[in-house]
Design a protein around this ligand. Sequence first.
Ligand code: SF4
Length: 365
Amino acid sequence: MIERFIDPEKIEADSECIEMSPLFLGERVRDGRRFRGFELVEAGEVDEEGVEIAGECEDRIGLHVIAEGISDDSAQAIESLFSEVLGRMKGVEYRFRRENVVIIVSMDSADSFTPECVGETIFRTVKSIKAVNKVKVRIVCDKDEFEKVLERASEIHAEREMRSRNLAERDVQEFFICESCKAYLPYHACIITPERPSPCGTLYTEAKSASELETVSYYSPVEKGEVVDAEKGEYSGVNEEIERRTESRVRGVKIHSVLENPPLTGNFAEAIVFYIPERDGFGIADRNYRRKTPIGLRFAEMEKFILGTQVEGFVGISFAYMKSKGFLKGEGGWKRVVWVSPKIYEFIKGFLPDEILKNISTEKE
Ligand code: SF4
């Protein structure tokens, strides 16, 4: 089991205001203060370095960083460090990514987890990255400012997603494996390709630049090898690597399949695809959908038995994957989807044609 991911020789992820240790990664906080958050790192010029706190942090804490000297690809790689940096703080649980961050702080750590402390810790971490010249950290708590920067974050994340989507699996020789969730799930490994962002939404370009910046050790390149099945997304190199990383518990994956050797599902899947035998089709429920799905299971119930493993008929996915040209392509893609939760319906309305949408029901129907 990997216990430390950020390379301590390359990045200083430490703090003087709150106890931090890689041993706290994976800590679950049941009761405590809950904050809604977001992550945004932008590459840009910085006039004055330092930490700025915008507003009083009651139930919101947005993490906004401007870093000078790096590319936009590197900015997104730095953004992906926040979950680990804050997750190393004692009594702090950091869930989800980008615009959907939730931070839970135990009552014992609530006095130390101040916006100033969070800002200084992030400043120190980002500043220690060799490629970064200057850093400005903004901790955004003010309600209006929070919503404003959150909207900007969504736009920037959408642009990055679009850039990543222009690549196809056939255009690259290597994919990436992420083992960040090994702290919780010892035999887990996610595969990230240009056509399949991870279940928590990590894009191929993000994993690639993080791996190149060498800031973390949980992304690693994997030679895709021979194409075994282009439609279902099966590659010899990926199979070998998944078998090795799961200590032979999983023999291989078909990246775009649900029914046959689907990819493993990590801790922060944004949605779950499930097979509905009566319709010979698929349903998709998002994490916030609390009701029973057409197969009689709720999201949390499905997640419990698929976490960190391979269960045919179920797979964790991200919203970014729903927009991918590879989406379940080996099994009919969107034509095979017959039910989605209302939040997903709202999302897919933005890009799927009417002739596909008319065959997809939601809860209301
Ligand atoms: S879900 Fe997968 S990609 Fe996301 S952090 Fe976990 S292992 Fe990494």
